[in-house]
Write a protein that binds this ligand. Structure first.
Ligand code: 5MY
Ligand code: ADP
Ligand code: MG
Ligand code: MG
Length: 367
């Protein structure tokens, strides 16, 4: 089936921007093949905007985790149609789209998107490739958090005692032999988390390790970001952002490293991805001082500012609270278009967000 064949029945009159009518609360699902006969609207009819067409270019893993049947069903009911973008055909021959949702890497794809954005400025690209690029480097990723200067309690937060910082860190581009000296000179304390500098979503970019002693540091493989390990009671907070909505969940994380363990351990320990869905810590019996979520006003201000500085609408933050403190937080990771399938109520939140972006035609006219 050609793409146009899939889309046309939704634009019942053939004109974009025209209203459809559906019943009140018990509206039926809009069907893509129900194109022939349109009875007059019933008495209790509500005007419903025509469909918002969302072209998506995602990995098959992402399609599976994000485009779950419940999301697609709800989207259809709300007049949102998801259409797979065929990467083997010119993008401008597909659509028309109101929104392009994407998470693919590769120069070729980014160029295609950039050309498309220039030709169709009225189409919303979620999100702009150059803004996403910023998150593909673990140094630039956290720079805007550092630039916000929230490391003292004088920031204009309503929970004024909260401090948000990034762990002390150092970038090593090439020479592994110089790492022990570089760490000493920068005053970084052991243990150290070593993270590949590039965070492009590849398996390699998630291969992290923990170095316990000075000597072992030269076994690490640059390019890297070296970060002080911050004890946080084994729980991290994932803060999901979808436009202006935020949701926070708890996940199990790496356990604390105590002084005794540090003195008695040596070497570099690679650790697998720890913050996966299976490790949800919501509902677990946790120390309340560790489990307490970061204050909502803090998360709101932080997310709002990051949205603005990063120019992104779809991302999440990994935040930890320094163990033994109530209000010292560190942002350790920012991910573009994360696993929203694990965010509570994502179906409603995401569909409302897509609707709020509106139609490309309306945007065009208002310019
Ligand atoms: O696979 P999932 O559902 O665990 O989602 C991954 C995210 O997990 P999270 O939602 O934060 O628990 C994951 O977050 P972390 O980096 O593990 O904190 C990434 O966002 C990952 O994308 P990428 O591989 O970095 O491009 C995400 O992977 P993709 O689904 O985007 O490939
Ligand atoms: N500075 C740190 N202090 C303590 N734990 C950390 C630190 N950095 C990372 N971690 C742990 O390692 C995990 C993976 O690190 P992260 O930077 O989130 O990389 P990824 O992009 O692969 O998720 C985190 O979820 C957390 O459990
Ligand atoms: Mg992470
Ligand atoms: Mg990450």
């Amino acid at each position: 089936m050609r793409l146009e064949d899939e889309i046309v029945p939704f634009h019942r009159s053939g004109k974009r921007g025209e209203e459809e009518y559906v019943g009140g609360e018990e509206e039926e699902e809009v069907s893509s093949i129900d194109a022939g006969f349109f009875p007059p609207p019933p008495h209790n009819a509500l005007p419903v905007q025509r469909n918002v067409v969302v072209g998506y270019a995602l990995t098959s893993k992402k399609v599976k985790s994000f485009l779950q049947p419940k999301l697609e069903g709800l989207a259809r009911k709300k007049g949102i149609l998801f259409v797979a973008i065929d990467q083997n055909r010119p993008l401008s021959e597909q659509g028309p789209f109101d929104i392009v949702l994407h998470k693919l890497t590769g120069k070729e794809w980014l160029q295609i998107l950039e050309d498309y954005r220039r030709t169709y400025p009225e189409v919303t690209i979620l999100d702009p490739p150059d803004a996403i690029q910023h998150l593909h480097n673990r140094q630039s990723m956290l720079q805007c958090v550092a630039d916000m200067n929230l490391s003292n309690s004088y920031g204009n937060f309503s929970c004024s005692s909260c401090k948000v910082d990034i762990p002390r860190q150092l970038v090593i581009k090439k020479d592994a032999a110089c790492i022990p000296d570089a760490v000493t000179n920068a005053g970084l304390m052991l243990p150290i988390v070593a993270k590949p500098l590039v965070a492009d979503g590849s398996a390699k970019s998630h291969e992290l390790s923990l170095a316990y002693d000075q000597n072992s540091l030269q076994k690490l493989e640059p390019p890297l970001v070296l970060q002080e390990f911050v004890n946080h009671g084994g729980v991290l907070f994932k803060v999901y952002i979808v436009g202006e909505t935020i949701k926070v969940v708890r996940r199990f994380s790496l356990p604390d490293v105590c002084k005794r363990e540090l003195c008695n351990s040596a070497g570099v320990f690679r650790f697998p991805r720890v913050s996966c869905a299976a490790a949800s810590a919501d509902g677990a019996d946790l120390d309340p001082g560790v489990a307490e979520l970061p204050p909502q006003p803090l998360l709101e201000k932080l997310s709002k500012e990051l949205r603005r500085r990063l120019g992104l609408r779809l991302f999440n933050l990994d935040i930890i609270r320094e163990h033994g403190t109530r209000d010292q937080f560190y942002v350790i990771d920012i991910n573009y278009f994360p696993g929203y399938g694990k965010m509570p109520e994502y179906e409603h939140i995401f569909t409302d967000f897509l609707l709020s972006l509106g139609h490309s035609e309306y945007k065009k006219r208002s310019f």
